[in-house]
Ligand binder design. Structure first.
Ligand SMILES: [Zn+2]
Length: 129
């Protein structure tokens, strides 16, 4: 009897156990790769490089806002939207110290960025008033 050559996964190059091969986009792949391709990890928004994952791990579920984040939301509520430079002035903090807070708030859908007259404005996700 002729020995069957093991099928190799075209994605990870692993030998696929018999009958475990899957087909995806015309490629023969192993079951692990199939699962990965079927449920790709959620891509992070490049503007908000800080992934929501890191704080949900820390707190378990809904993250609490830190004082800077609370202040940011307060300023956005008062101003109805403000540029990042103006926000920096109001917070009296350099941008790099609260960038992560902006990104975190964006992931929590508390704020968003929009273009107004060619300028990038940070504003509340929803105006509740
Ligand atoms: Zn594979």
């Amino acid at each position: 009897m002729q020995k069957k050559h093991p099928i190799q996964c075209q994605r990870c190059k692993a030998d696929i156990p018999e009958n475990d091969e899957r087909e995806f986009n015309g490629k023969v792949i192993c079951e692990d790769c199939y699962m990965i391709l079927l449920s790709p990890p959620k891509a992070c928004d490049p503007w908000a490089a800080y992934c929501a994952k890191s704080f949900s791990e820390k707190t378990g579920s809904r993250p609490d806002l830190n004082p800077v984040q609370v202040k940011i939301l307060q300023i956005l509520k008062e101003t109805g939207g403000i540029s990042i430079q103006e926000l920096s002035e109001q917070l009296e903090l350099p941008l790099e110290t609260f960038e992560r807070d902006i990104a975190a708030l964006r992931h929590m859908e508390k704020l968003r960025a929009e273009m107004r007259g060619g300028r990038k404005i940070i504003c509340l996700w929803q105006n509740n008033d």
